[in-house]
Design a protein around this ligand. Structure first.
Ligand code: R5P
Length: 266
């Protein structure tokens, strides 16, 4: 691996081999989602606990202080909206040159396997990998399901992750599922877990994060289950403990409860 690529990967994946990525890119197709209406306000208290942040160039420039930022995973696919015809019809919305200008540690795009736009999104990935490779920038592929959340089963996610790795992604972001070890086993590059819509209880989040880490994920790219929680700092600290301190789900819950008692409600 070339120095630049290796250095960027080291910014993302910490010396223990784990990572906590904090995504706030949801507005690129969903608009001002609940508790991300003002990205700077959402991000500022959480930034110290994130290993990297995932976002679009618009939110990076408008809402993140360049002197205080964490490594940036720049979302570069989009061009659709929740009120449009098909979320899978994404194109590349930001160039690799712009990613270099913004000093991104990685770039990220969605693939929509099984959708009408499967071919297009997979070519987006391949072409982006070719281009990003020239500049030593790793690509994180997101196995997106659009509105079809029920698609998130082992067989489908294993298929998506393997295809993403085969096409050159350096990291793959996918969902936790039953039999998650099969997803990780079939994917020769590091896997991180997204959270999806907010889970009913905090313990539910801690349990799936813990389980996923035991089964080989290197960390998370977890958004709504952190910043839509009433106590987001308590949440991110507890998840961080599972990832970087090998805390159990129960220990994470205890940490959440103790931090929460000193944090004012969002
Ligand atoms: C989709 O809006 C983005 O790619 C998110 O970064 C991704 O879904 C992870 O965020 P969450 O944990 O909220 O699903």
């Amino acid at each position: 691996m070339d120095w630049g690529m290796e250095n960027r990967m080291a910014q993302l994946i910490q010396s223990d081999g784990r990572c906590l990525f904090l995504p706030i890119d949801h507005g690129y197709f969903q608009g001002p989602v609940h508790r991300l209406e003002e990205p700077r306000k959402t991000l500022d208290p959480l930034l110290p606990y994130a290993d990297a942040i995932m976002l679009t160039r618009g939110i990076l420039r408008s809402s993140v202080d360049p002197g205080k930022a964490k490594p940036v995973i720049l979302r570069v696919s989009g061009g659709t909206s929740v009120v449009g015809r098909d979320l899978a019809n994404e194109g590349i919305i930001t160039s690799v040159k712009e990613a270099v200008r913004l000093n991104a540690a990685a770039i990220s795009l969605s693939i929509f396997v099984g959708s009408e736009y499967e071919h297009q999104s997979l070519l987006n990935l391949s072409q982006l990998v070719d281009e990003a490779q020239d500049y030593g920038i790793p690509v994180m592929a997101v196995t997106a399901v659009g509105k079809e959340l029920a698609k998130r089963d082992t067989r489908y996610l294993a298929l998506c992750c393997r295809i993403a790795a085969e096409l050159g992604a350096c990291v793959v972001k996918t969902y936790h599922c039953e039999g998650f070890e099969e997803v990780v086993r079939g994917c020769p590059v590091p896997v991180v877990m997204a959270g999806g819509p907010k889970v009913d209880t905090e313990l539910g989040v801690f349990e799936f994060v813990y389980d996923g880490i035991q089964k080989g994920a290197i960390g998370v790219n977890l958004g709504r289950n952190i910043w839509q929680n009433d106590y987001p700092v308590a949440m991110i600290k507890a998840i961080r403990a599972i990832i970087h301190e090998n805390a159990s789900a129960k220990e994470a819950q205890e940490l959440y409860d103790s931090v929460k008692s000193g944090e004012s409600r969002s």
